[in-house]
Design a binder for this molecule. Structure first.
Ligand SMILES: [Zn+2]
Length: 286
């Protein structure tokens, strides 16, 4: 049972879900052939998605793509809900398919991008022999299309050997998932396998990625005129510099964590002892 589940999991991850009976019976070469035959339809979906700007917060574009995704999931026979991802713009879209098996799968990815309004018009979708180009094509609309077509292939084989197959599309990943964190955690808890369809930068299935965080350091001092009474001031910039030297080794290479101080700010005028200073660090953890 476990081996079979793992095969299903691997097939889902690769978007190669095309078997008539059991995953274990499938010849990988046959599976690959079917997925390759699906490629033109996949690219057509990708083109449609990339043609609409959905930068995080761009309400209009997010709403248009949300509408498309709801429609596509319903066409696949899913029961679909779209709930506003407050405080973010756009909807969390959840599609549910029920099968006759026992293992529960969650397939998720975001449909917002990092691109400004107008990028899709300026830099429209195109392909060459090897790659597709356009705003958000890899991050992560390629994954959105992959989910839709993986399920389509699955259904073409009339496969329903899962308990629940849930799809989640969220609209705010690029700004920290403020309006989708909760539903991601809730849904993840209810499923045996969770697949993020964020396309990796090579042909691979990734089992773990780094988390990202920010470290903020603020120093409060006391201002004073640098010419007439410097001794009455408390120099926040000097203290910040001192702190940064002390805190430069917060990362731990053995645990794979890094902390790099990347921005500092302090002082208002050259002749005033600065009363405040601040620094920000980029933090990554496994
Ligand atoms: Zn992404």
């Amino acid at each position: 049972m476990h081996a079979r589940r793992t095969s299903i999991a691997a097939a889902l991850a690769l978007g190669l879900f095309t078997f008539p009976v059991l995953a274990a019976d499938l010849q990988p070469s046959e599976l690959l052939k079917q997925a390759e035959a699906e490629q033109p339809a996949y690219l057509e979906t990708l083109k449609t998605l990339v043609a609409v700007d959905t930068g995080t917060g761009q309400q209009q574009g997010l709403a248009r793509v949300s509408e498309m995704l709801v429609e596509r999931l319903e066409a696949l026979g899913a029961e679909v809900t779209a709930t506003p991802a407050t405080p973010s713009a756009g909807d969390n879209i959840v599609g549910t398919l029920k099968g006759s098996g026992t293992a529960n799968f969650l397939l998720m990815v975001h449909y917002d991008t990092v691109f400004a309004e107008g990028t899709a018009a300026k830099r429209p979708f195109r392909t060459d022999e090897k790659r597709a180009y356009g705003p958000g094509v890899a991050d992560a609309k390629g994954g959105v299309a992959m989910i839709l077509h993986a399920i389509k292939l699955l259904q073409a084989q009339q496969f329903d050997g899962f308990g629940t197959l849930t799809v989640l599309f969220n609209p705010d990943e690029e700004m920290g998932s403020a309006g989708s964190k909760k539903i991601i955690a809730e849904l993840a808890r209810k499923h045996d396998y969770v697949f993020s369809y964020e396309p990796p930068d090579k042909d691979a299935v990734t089992v773990a990625t780094n988390g990202i965080n920010a470290v903020m350091l603020e120093v409060k001092g006391k201002s004073s005129h640098a010419g007439s009474a410097p001794e009455e001031g408390r120099n926040a910039v000097m203290e910040l510099a001192h702190q940064l030297v002390q805190l430069k080794d917060l990362g731990d290479p053995d645990k794979g964590t890094t902390v790099n101080w990347t921005m500092i700010k302090g002082g208002e005028k050259r002749n005033i002892i600065p009363a405040s200073a601040a620094a920000e660090a980029d933090m990554r953890y496994s």
